[in-house]
Structure formats: structure tokens, C-alpha cells
Design a protein around this ligand. Sequence first.
Ligand code: FE2
Ligand code: FE2
Length: 363
Amino acid sequence: MNIRFIGSENGLITFKKLLNGKANVSNGADAKDALIFEISSLEVLYKIPKRNFGVPVFFYITTPNKSVISNIKEYRISGILFPPLNAETIMSKLIRSQTQDAAVNERDYETLRIKIIAKAENIPTLPTIAQELIKLTRNASQAAIGQVTSKIKMDQGITSKVIKLVNSPFYGVRKEIASIDRATMLLGFSSVKNIALAISLDQYYQKPFNMYKTTGQAMWQHAYNVALISSEIGKYLQQDCDALYMAGLMHDIGKVVMADFLVKEVEDVQDEREQLGCSHAEIAAVIMNKWSVAPAVVDAVKTHHDTRPELYGRIVAAANHIDHDTDNADEYIYQLGSEYPIQDIDMLKDSIQTILSDNTDGS
Ligand SMILES: [Fe+2]
Ligand SMILES: [Fe+2]
């Protein structure tokens, strides 16, 4: 059994000596079977998050301050330890907590999931312009297109960002584009619409993403890249590129809510599930349903971390890998090409390389 001890050097030595041969005690981050916090004052207690740590947690209380005890009920812990310590008592508490932990965790996860879903359902509504962009289908009427275009033009902020992005190398324009009308004429309404949608989602990423070891700006850029790559792959597989673009753009939107609940850094969806009992892909689906996104798009996002997703989920998963692991981009494309008939795989490789080398700052 590996136990992580967080507290004084003396405390660590005491536990190490006491449990010598029975359990490994260290202050390293990898000790994952149980966590012991030394509570030497009320201030120390207040610094501990009132969250589920995913492993049994024990408080080792070394302060006579009575307020510590009265505040402790707010924490999710498996037990309390007081000095003088006794090896047998500690071990029996630890072992009992491990067997009980599974059942307790199920209950905790359920409560957490409910809270996370509630927060996802309460995510700020999309800006009107984004709502309208999402509503537009591939064969929208000219009148509807005209209306949305004039709304984009009226919004100075969105307009200038769209102009900046349409001039990026991926779109391959020779002469600089200076207006929305010109962009629509040269690149088509679909491109302008997609860029405006990406920009209007930017506001959800204006927060810290420390537990994902990244920043909001980098998260947005990743979403934008995955949108472009997904849509590009869709083109070569003769699929609905706009739907794939939207799926790519929103594939990690669940992290916007998850970030508020995570207490430890996460590497992958497995870590998310361990801490919170759900994944960002599931939570993204809640958000997207709330935003009335088409079911096929929601499904692609929901399954982008599954082992065997359907085609759209598979495309988003590939685009996600490509953007995270750019050095091996070609490998992921060949892999996808072995599963689905990609026409002109070399051209697809080239345009994905252009997207990756671009890395336009959309903020
Ligand atoms: Fe993801
Ligand atoms: Fe991602």
C-alpha cells in the first residue's frame, strides 16, 4: 500500500517508522492508495479543498484547537488519526477504508456528477450570433444567410477577428481580405460562418485551465485546429464538413465546466473519471444539447474518447490526436485511411500540415 503524507517532516518520519514493512509512506505525488493530511492548525485545514480526492483521505490532527474538529465534518474523509499513533489502528482503518471506499466513491461520484451536470446545464447561453450560426443548415435560404452576414458585420469585435483568421495561410488567399463581403465571396459563406462561430465560443475559454496544464487561449486554439482538421478530413471522406467542424470546435467544451471541479492535475479522461466520476466528453454532450446542437454533432463529441466510435467521433478523435501530437500527424491520417477510404491522402496530409503550421492567434 502506498500512502502519501502531506505535512511536517517529523510527521512523515513518524508514519514511515510506524508503518515500516506494512505500507510505504512518502510525500511523493505517486503514492495513490491513501492520503494523510497533517492538520497542525485551523489555517492548514482551511487550505485543504473540500473535495473528493479519489482515494481514502485521513486527517492526522496535531493541534489542540477545538475549531478544527467542529469544521472537519465539511470534508470528505475516511477517518481521523490522533497522536499517539498506533500501527495496528492505522492499518485497520486504512484497510477498512479501502474496502468501503468503492461504495462511498459511488455515492460521492453521483453527488458530484449531479453538481457538474447542473453547472453544465447552467452554462451561459450562447451569444445570439452563435445561436443563429448553429441554426443555419447547409441549405439555408439566401435571406437567412444575408441576415446572419449583416449581424456579423455589425459586430466590430467579431468582424476584425474573422478578417484576421481568413487571412491565415490555410485559406490561401493571395491578396489580403479586408471585409466580410470579400471573405464570403472568395471563401464562401460556410467558411466565414465557421470562423465566426469559433470566435463566438472564445468567451467560454477566458478562465484558468491549470488542472489541464494549459491556458484558455491554448484550449481555444486547440478547439479551432481540431475543427479545421475534422472538417478537412470530412472533405476527403465526402462527409458533412460543417457538422464535423462544429464537432471539432466543441469537442472539449466539457472541460470548461470540469475545470471548476478538478482538484488535481489530469492527464486523460481516465484521470477525470477517477476524480469526478465523469468525463469532459459526457459533459460536453450536456452543454451541446442545451445549445440545441444537431444530434450527430453531439454524438461525435460524446464519443471522441471511446475505443470504437462511429465515423464522426472517429474523425474528431483523429483530429484531436493530430493536433496534440503534430510530429506523428501523418501516422494518424494513414491509420484513418486504413479504416475508411480517404481519397487523395497526400493532399489531405498537406492541408493538415498547413493548418498545423498556421497556429493563428485568434484572440
Ligand atoms: Fe477531448
Ligand atoms: Fe482535445
